[in-house]
Ligand binder design. Sequence first.
Ligand SMILES: CC(C)(COP(=O)(O)OP(=O)(O)OC[C@H]1O[C@@H](n2cnc3c(N)ncnc32)[C@H](O)[C@@H]1OP(=O)(O)O)[C@@H](O)C(=O)NCCC(=O)NCCS
Length: 187
Amino acid sequence: MLKAANLQIPMSKPIKTRRLVLREIQYDDAPEFARLAGDWDVARMTARIPYPYSEALAREWMDTLGPDEFVRTVLHQDTLIGAVGYVANDDGSAEIGYWIGKPWWGAGFATEAASALVRYCFTTGGFKRLTCCHFEDNDASKRVIQKLGFRQSEACSAWCDARQGEFPTLSYELNRPLSAVFWRRTA
Ligand SMILES: CC(C)(COP(=O)(O)OP(=O)(O)OC[C@H]1O[C@@H](n2cnc3c(N)ncnc32)[C@H](O)[C@@H]1OP(=O)(O)O)[C@@H](O)C(=O)NCCC(=O)NCCS
């Protein structure tokens, strides 16, 4: 079963942006997750997506999601185009992540979806600090993080399931802005 934070009963309200809807993940998303996130150019830039990826593995992953993990499917005009989410850290901060299917790259969708996620984290989520991390060779993600206003914190390394190895990473952080107080009132 999908865990509480991700498949809530009743379903939590979708997050809406100008062009996107971020809704709870469903088992029915597994085939599209496998197809889009299973693309080598997507999987190799993430820590946890294996390669090759399958519908069965996508469902298995959904089953592992814990209450400290939050994942939303990104829809554009009712079509599944990617996913965003966070994992809550022990210190009260959260690490965000995102991927967008290759056919939709370069249209600003990651920035739009991740901006909505950041806003959600600072308002509904109540986090005071967010972190984010990308592999050093991921210039597109670096640009997205910069556009979101994150500041680089450290260089490190992380395991990549798809590439089956440890690779250099860059980490970033963003503190909750004072304006989040106003977001809270309008969220
Ligand atoms: C990273 C990713 C999410 C970006 O998705 P996207 O919807 O194309 O992102 P956006 O269109 O919002 O923004 C991409 C930005 O990166 C820039 N960019 C893209 N490729 C680039 C490259 N090779 N070098 C430098 N900048 C690049 C774009 O020009 C754009 O910046 P701009 O708005 O200033 O022109 C997508 O490529 C992806 O899913 N990659 C694989 C998974 C992944 O990397 N996830 C993040 C893990 S940390």
